[in-house]
Every structure is written in C-alpha cells, then in structure tokens.
Design a protein around this ligand. Structure first.
Ligand code: NAD
Length: 482
C-alpha cells in the first residue's frame, strides 16, 4: 500500500517540515499507517506566520462581497467532491462513511455558506448625540491560530476557518495530529477557489509541539480552540500573559432527561442516537441519561435492545452505525471507564467489549460495542468524567427538582436534552439547566446564527452568527463632531 505524504500548506504551497520529521497517521478501523504527517516545529510556524502576516493587510481590505464569493466557491467545490471528502474523513477518523456524508460534510458546507452570507448581512450601528455622529467600525484582528480536535475533523476546522477569513483575518490552522487528511484535501479547494496565498495556512503536528508554539506566539493575537478541558486550561495559561482573545470550546458530559410524559418512541430513538453517534465521540453526546421512574424499566429495556441492534464494523458499509474509535490509547481509556463503572457498582446491560464478529481486516481496529450501564449514582466518576466513547449510563429520577440537581451536578455545562410534551415544564427545566445549549425534544439541531459554547469547564466564550463576528473582530467607536 502506498503511504500518502502530507506536507504543510503555507502561502498556497506545499512545504516540507523544516526538520524533515513526520508522524504516522493511522486508519483506526484497520490500525495501519496510511499517511505521514509533518511533525512541525517553531520554524515551520514562523514560515506560516510570515505568510499569514504578509497576506493580512490586503485580505483585510478586500470587500465582504469578494470574500463571500470565494467562500461560496469553496463550499461548491467541496460539494462537488463530497464523496471523496466523506471517504477520507472516515478513513482518517474511523467513523462510518455515511455519518461523514450526512453529518460532517453538510456542516462543512454550511460553515462556509453561513459565514459568507453572514458578513453580507451584519449589523452596523450609528447614533447622533451630543452634537456628534458616533458610529462603530468592526476591524479584523490579524493572524489567528485555529486549533481543532479529531472527532469532527473538517466540520470543526471549517467552523473556525470560515468566520475567521470572512471577517478579514488570516489564519494558521492546526488540525489534530490524529486527523489531518481532510484538512489536506481542503487545501486544493482553497487554491482552486482563488483564495489568495497566505490567507489560510496549515501546519500539522502535535499539540505539545507546534500547537503550544502557536498559542505562545507573541504576534498571534487571537486563538480559537476546540478540544479537551485539560488542554483548554494550558491554552488559557499560555495566552494570558499576551492578553490574546481566546475562544475555548471544551469537553462535555451532557444530561439527557426523559420525562414520563414524553413522546416515548421519539425520545428513545434520538436518545440512542445521541448516545452513540460518531461512536459517542461528539462533545454533545447525551451520555448521562436520566429517566423518570414510571417509564424507567421500559425505557432501559428498549434502549438496551436498540443499542444491541446497532451495527459496529466496516465504516464503508451504508448500514454501519458505529465505526472505530480514534486510537488504541483512546480505546483503552474508554475500556478503563467501563471497568471503573463495574467497580463503582454499575451493571453492564450490554456491550463492554470489542465486537466478536469483526471481519478479518478489522480485527486490529479500535472497535467497541455500544455499552449501557445502569445502577450507578450520579456522583460517581463514571457519571462525572467525560469518557468520549460509546458508553451511556442510565439512572432513574423521581422529581423535576431532583433531575435538575443531577443534571447540574457536573463540572461541565455544554448541552442538555429534555424530553417532555409539557411545554411549561420544558421552559421551567430549560431555564434551570446550566449548559450552553438546551435541546427540547430534539438533539444536535444547530442553527448557526445561535451562540454556541459552554458553561463551567465546557468552555469560555461563544461562537456562531454575530457571536463569531464579535470574536473575530475588534470593535471601534468613531465619534465625529461638527
Ligand atoms: P485535545 O485537547 O487533546 O486536542 C485538541 C487539539 O489541541 C489538537 O489539535 C491537539 O494537537 C491540540 N493541542 C493539544 N495540546 C495543546 C497545547 N498544549 N497547545 C496547543 N494545542 C494543543 O482534544 P482531542 O482529544 O483532540 O478532542 C477531544 C476533546 O475535544 C473532548 O474533550 C471533546 O469534548 C472536545 N470537543 C469539544 C467540542 C466543543 O465544541 N465544545 C467539540 C468537539 C470536541
């Protein structure tokens, strides 16, 4: 098998890492290396910085219409190669191709199209008072560091690139060292769409290496990061002395609250999806399920039946529900939490191991059965720590007050889903939950105009629509007298 070599993308050119070092990039479903990815260093970052800084003055002065036109073209070009992108994402990340096709790639297109439209319709403010006309002006900030994780690789990278360049900044991106392939495919699209050299640069490599160098770089004034909470704390510390603008989208351990008066079938179906979509590797997965006592037994029985029916294996098959986890280390981490769940008194209702029926070529892949654990108390570690895999806990509750307390008894506060047909209850509970996004009778529906971010250790700041505009621009007040 030929191994693909990916190189950094700097000034619209493919540039080898200055020290010639590469990392292995594995296909998680087969546990084999399929690509070599630069292990970039400070020198590589400096080249990218020079390119981005040189491109900034001209790019920041282009019209919004011009930038929007290029971004619409980027989306159209990705759409014309959608299957190729979806297959690449699946190969690199382990997720089913179908998930990449129906969840990741549509969102990649939406990211570019939404922010292209958004800049054309943004708010402007002017007032006359005190004998003067005051108005505000938004200006791009400069060179941004955009750092993304491995779970939704291109989806989350473009969630940063699109608003960043739409508002006239230039970017240095670093995808996760585990998933660089679709970022590499994107580079050809950026060139073909006519994006000027230096506007988007990509350096690949590790977090502790080039990632840390990016956040410490004294002339990069803005950092948008999505990833783990522990990394978020490091980034906060590294950027604080420079007073950088920082947006942190971090971990989650989200409650999925099922009241007895819900639409049972809909709640069940979507709760199973929200537990196991993308192998449970979505920060918004509803991994803590709380079910009101009168329907608890029935819900657990049906949930377990549905989890057992999910197909785990070959990511290229259309009916595969769960592909492989991202890496051996992550597989072992998830397994260790299943073991901990048992030690903490939990009962494994289903799953808990590698599927026995994998085809020969996937025997070494990092697959795991959807796992459901009951019998745990909400204060135990299995229910508090972010596992980020196909592991769901289900607990009963008796009252609204009790379940609100369970849901909020978490270091995290990213999202929550509430299932009830009682509108008043939905509003009451939603207003008490400490989380950035609350879904009622749905999950993962995202209107990109709405703010996205987390309470507590789930993050700092909001992005989406005008909130992304606030983040990626500085705002000036200009006061004209006489
Ligand atoms: P991670 O924090 O290990 O890595 C994320 C990115 O940061 C990678 O590109 C990595 O190389 C880089 N990085 C690591 N250390 C760094 C450092 N010191 N300085 C700069 N960059 C550094 O996270 P992960 O394991 O890739 O992703 C999983 C985590 O991401 C989970 O906790 C998940 O909940 C979270 N996540 C959050 C959201 C959200 O929107 N809130 C979305 C997706 C994933």
């Amino acid at each position: 098998m030929t191994i693909l070599t990916i190189d950094n993308f700097i000034n619209n050119e493919y540039v080898k890492p200055s020290r010639g070092l590469y990392l292995d990039s594995l296909e998680p479903a087969r546990a084999i290396t399929f690509a070599k990815v630069p292990d970039s260093t400070k020198e590589d970052l400096e080249l990218a910085y020079k390119a981005a800084a040189a491109a900034f003055p001209a790019w920041s002065k282009t019209t919004k219409e011009h930038r929007a036109k290029i971004m619409y073209k980027i989306a159209d070009l990705i759409e014309s190669r959608l299957d190729e992108f979806a297959q690449a994402e699946s190969k690199d990340q382990g997720k089913p191709v179908e998930v990449a096709k129906t969840m990741d790639m549509p969102r990649v297109l939406a990211n570019f199209r939404f922010f292209a439209g958004s800049i054309l319709h943004s708010r402007e403010h002017a007032t006359e008072a005190l004998g003067a006309l005051s108005y505000t002006q938004r200006v791009p900030i400069g060179v941004a560091a955009l750092i993304s994780p491995w779970n939704l690789p291109l989806y989350l990278l473009t969630w940063k690139i699109a608003p960043c360049i739409a508002w006239g900044n230039t970017a240095i991106c670093k995808p996760s060292e585990f998933t660089s392939y679709t970022a590499h495919l994107l580079t050809s699209v950026l060139k073909e769409a006519g994006l000027p050299a230096g506007v988007v640069n990509i350096v690949y490599g590790t977090g502790m290496g080039v990632g840390q160098a990016m956040v410490e770089h004294p002339r990069i004034p803005i950092v948008s990061f999505t990833g783990g909470t522990v990394t978020g704390a490091k980034i906060m510390a590294a950027t604080a002395p420079h007073f950088k603008k920082v947006s942190l989208e971090l971990g989650g351990k989200n409650a999925n609250i099922v009241f007895a008066d819900c639409d049972f079938e809909k709640a069940l179906k979507t709760s199973v999806l929200s537990g196991f979509a993308n192998q449970g590797e979505i920060c918004l997965c509803g991994s803590r399920v709380f079910v009101e006592k009168p329907i608890y037994e029935k819900f657990v029985q049906r949930y377990v039946e549905a989890a057992k029916a999910l197909k785990v294996g070959d990511p290229s098959l259309k009916d595969t529900n769960l592909g492989a986890l991202i890496s051996k280390e992550h597989w072992e981490k998830v397994m260790s939490y299943i073991k901990l769940g048992v030690e903490e008194g939990g009962k494994i209702e289903c799953g808990g191991q590698k599927p026995a029926s994998l085809a020969e070529e996937f025997q070494n892949g990092y697959f795991m059965e959807p796992t459901v654990i009951t019998g745990l108390t909400p204060s135990c570690r299995t229910m508090r720590d972010e596992i980020f895999g196909p592991v769901v806990t289900i607990c009963p509750f008796e009252t609204e007050e009790e379940v609100i307390q369970y849901a909020n008894d978490s270091d995290y506060g990213l999202s929550c889903t509430i299932w009830t047909e009682n509108g008043r209850r939905a509003r009451r509970v939603a207003s008490e939950i400490q989380a950035g996004t609350i879904w009622v009778n749905t999950w993962l529906a995202r209107d990109l105009k709405m703010p996205f971010g987390g309470f507590k250790k789930s993050g700092v700041g909001r992005e989406g629509g005008e909130y992304s505009c606030d983040f990626y621009t500085e705002l000036k007040t200009i006061c004209l007298a006489g």
